[in-house]
Design a protein around this ligand. Structure first.
Ligand SMILES: NC(=O)c1ccc[n+]([C@@H]2O[C@H](COP(=O)([O-])OP(=O)(O)OC[C@H]3O[C@@H](n4cnc5c(N)ncnc54)[C@H](O)[C@@H]3O)[C@@H](O)[C@H]2O)c1
Length: 446
């Protein structure tokens, strides 16, 4: 079984490495020559924990090329993981997917073997059985489900743990043109994953809807936990961690992603939520739940910015620690830390910022703004009156408490993720843990 992976980005390169490490002859394809060179030289094209090790493990089975025709010709199964950017209306564009389908179709036209085509990119319901199938059938002159197999099979991975998540999925989601295609894909996964996950085999539309529904459900859960956090901050003796740890014991709810903190971000959650809302509206179905989740999420950043501004002295400086949307990644898309920096700058605040991994992309994103980037978390802290820990990087838990100390008015530390403790900072700084009843009580200075 030979596999090609088209698109060697944040999801595609870890997947290609995992296939190769499991012994599949794997050809990665990307238009980006630098990514192709990286794979061929045994280096990770993107920042992702364990990716270097996985590439090393699969080195003898893994090559990369910019030549999609060669890769498809040499493969039995072809995974497509190219971008599907969000559009104005919240839906996903097929602008990168359809040209790839056309190229694959042209190779299939010349081939007398059975090929399995697997679309992994996130697409709107109606895409795989609509424009995607139409394009590849037209280009190949063959029929999906008869002459070749077509599957829609998205991954539920989080950046920072892509390899662990890919190898240990809660479940596998397969939208299939026919049972042969679905069985072939399920068999590939069984040879790759480390656990024995249930497999949901559905038609295309149901699989597409299930994919964006999973992420939207999780965003709703996060928004709910954040609502509880804001309540706890105002309710005497309340602590969101105590409340969510009890809630999470209910098997109907579960503990994952139930951590009252700040807004969710990243390349999937916000846009999948908006896509589901957009789909509902386009069908004339109510979209209230997804829309409310998105509103609550945006509101969270404004509230946090207000909380900071209200606690800054005249002309004071705020430090934002954490600009990646979560720990262990350099991705800043829709990151709450970055949104917070922008919201503070909009309010005329002086901002210093630091992130252990995302400095280059954050600098680019905030180019032309007055935000100051520091060399270390310690430097950012020393130049600030209010410090916000916006991303739960473990690095921040290791900051020496004495770093927060200063003469005169104590520095205020707003810890969105409660990775420090009040005890650690006692007598050193004024510690504000979001989600704790003490948070709202911290005196305002203006
Ligand atoms: N990153 C995630 O956390 C994640 C999670 C789940 C689903 N997804 C979905 O996976 C898809 C890809 O996401 P990503 O984050 O890996 O994107 P990415 O931008 O990191 O990578 C996409 C890669 O595809 C390449 N590409 C574009 N057109 C191509 C073509 N014609 N031929 C070959 N290569 C081409 C690009 O050069 C790029 O390297 C999206 O639909 C996304 O929604 C991503």
């Amino acid at each position: 079984m030979r596999i090609s992976v088209i698109g060697l980005g944040k999801l595609g390169s870890p997947m290609a490495a995992c296939f190769a490490a499991r012994g599949f002859t794997t050809i990665g394809v990307d238009l980006n020559q630098a990514y192709v060179d990286a794979i061929n030289e045994g280096r990770p094209p993107v920042f992702e924990p364990q990716l270097a090790e996985m590439i090393a493990e699969g080195r003898s089975c893994l090559t990369a090329t910019t030549d999609i025709t060669h890769a498809v010709r040499e493969s039995d199964a072809i995974f497509i993981i190219v971008p599907t950017p969000s559009q104005e209306d919240g839906g996903f564009s097929l602008q990168y997917v359809l040209p790839v389908m056309e190229q694959i179709g042209a190779v299939l036209r010349q081939s007398d073997r059975y090929h399995l085509v697997v679309l992994t990119s996130t697409v709107m319901p109606g895409s795989t059985g609509g424009p995607v199938r139409d394009t590849i059938e037209e280009a190949s002159g063959k029929r999906a489900g008869v002459d070749f197999g077509l599957c829609y099979s998205p991954e539920f991975i989080a950046l920072g743990s892509v390899i662990r998540d890919f190898l240990n999925p809660d479940f596998l989601l397969i939208g299939e043109s026919d049972p042969r295609a679905g069985s072939m894909l399920a068999d590939i996964y069984r040879r790759v994953v480390l656990n024995d996950p249930p497999v949901a085999r559905l038609n295309f539309a149901n699989a597409e809807l299930a994919k964006i529904s999973v992420n939207t459900f999780v965003t709703t859960k996060i928004a709910f936990a954040n609502m509880l956090a804001r309540i706890c901050e105002r309710l005497p003796e309340a602590s969101v961690d105590a409340v969510t740890s009890a809630l999470g014991l209910d098997s109907r709810i579960g503990a994952k992603y139930l951590r009252g903190a700040i807004s969710y971000g990243g390349p999937c959650f916000p846009r999948d939520n908006l896509a589901l809302a957009s789909l509902a509206r386009s069908l004339g179905a109510p979209a209230f739940v997804a829309e409310a989740t998105d509103r609550a999420n945006r509101d969270g950043i404004d509230r946090l910015a207000e909380m900071v501004v209200e606690r800054l002295p005249q002309g004071g400086t705020a430090a934002v620690l954490g600009l990646s949307y979560k720990p262990n990644t350099d991705v800043i898309e829709e990151s709450p830390g970055l949104h917070l920096v922008r919201a503070l700058l909009d309010r005329g605040t002086d901002v210093v910022a630091f992130d252990p991994a995302a400095m280059p992309s954050a600098r680019r994103a905030l180019d032309g703004s007055s935000a100051v980037f520091t060399e270390s978390a310690e430097d950012a802290i020393r130049s600030a009156d209010v410090v916000v820990i916006a991303t739960a990087w473990q690095d921040f838990a290791g900051i020496a408490p004495s770093t927060f100390e200063r003469d005169g008015e104590p520095r205020i530390v707003i810890d969105c993720w409660r990775i420090l403790t009040a005890e650690q900072l006692e007598g050193v700084a004024t510690y504000v843990a979001l989600g704790q009843s003490t948070a709202a009580a911290v005196p305002q200075r203006t």
